[in-house]
Design a protein around this ligand. Structure first.
Ligand code: SAM
Length: 221
């Protein structure tokens, strides 16, 4: 059995009792960064061995991991924060397990885009999750596609590119399009600001933008 175990996106209280039990009971925890996950496991006095599983080795090790799972070794996959597979490694391993008939269970738990979307006050009945935009090639094509969507869309963005991204969104969506910047969710300096793209640009131009960011943008019309 492979368990996908969501971990906190900031506040260490945001982990479920089942997540803690599974992390304790499996034979191995596959982790994006073993040092980050060791700190988390130490916090909960969990001593399960960790093994690296990240974007740079997943292609090389995926079949070996599935062999072990198929032979009866239970494992959990965690990423640095949030739900594995959501803008993080996970998809390759899950696809390989599904193809080989290895049972996969994804525990419900933290992910950054859901609290951002729901707290934004923008329509959340239908939405598009984009994750990170490409930095260069293909970025404009994606932005134009997103601008034409009739429903809310969600982006992950780095604080260093927030102002550039707001400018790009203003160019394709117009300055008055409602949007939200959700920063440092579940952390001490959490900020969720909903306004027009132009107002967000003015607001975030006044100070150095720090921390992790989710952007939510209303659909066309
Ligand atoms: N797997 C994660 C999830 O389930 O949301 C996403 C991992 S992705 C590599 C990291 C990005 O998620 C950050 O750059 C940011 O856009 C977003 N993010 C993660 N934690 C956040 C937080 N506490 N507040 C706002 N955004 C966050």
């Amino acid at each position: 059995m492979l368990y996908l175990v969501p971990t906190p996106i900031g506040n260490l209280e945001d982990i479920t009792l089942r997540a803690l039990r599974v992390l304790k009971e499996v034979s191995v925890v596959l982790a994006e960064d073993t040092r980050t996950s060791r700190r988390l496991l130490d916090h909960y006095s969990i001593t399960t061995p960790l093994r690296a599983f990240h974007a740079f080795n997943e292609h090389a090790v995926v079949e070996r991991v599935v062999d072990e799972l198929a032979s009866g070794v239970d494992m959990a996959l965690v990423s640095d924060a949030g739900t594995p597979g959501i803008s993080d490694p996970g998809f390759l391993l899950v696809r390989a397990c599904v193809r080989r008939g290895v049972k996969v269970e994804c525990l419900p738990g933290p992910t950054a885009f859901v609290p951002a979307l729901v707290a934004s006050g923008l329509p959340c009945d239908t939405f598009h999750f984009e994750g990170f935009l490409p930095h260069k090639k293909g970025r404009q094509t994606r932005l134009k596609y997103l601008a034409g969507l009739p429903h809310t869309f969600v982006l992950y963005e780095s604080p260093f590119r927030l102002l550039k991204c707001l400018d790009e969104l203003i160019a394709v969506c117009g300055a008055e399009r409602p949007a939200c910047v959700a920063r440092e969710l579940s952390k001490l300096h959490e900020e969720v600001k909903t306004a027009s793209l132009a107002e967000l640009k003015t607001h975030f131009s006044k100070k150095e933008v720090k921390g992790e960011i989710v952007m939510v943008v209303a659909g066309k019309d």
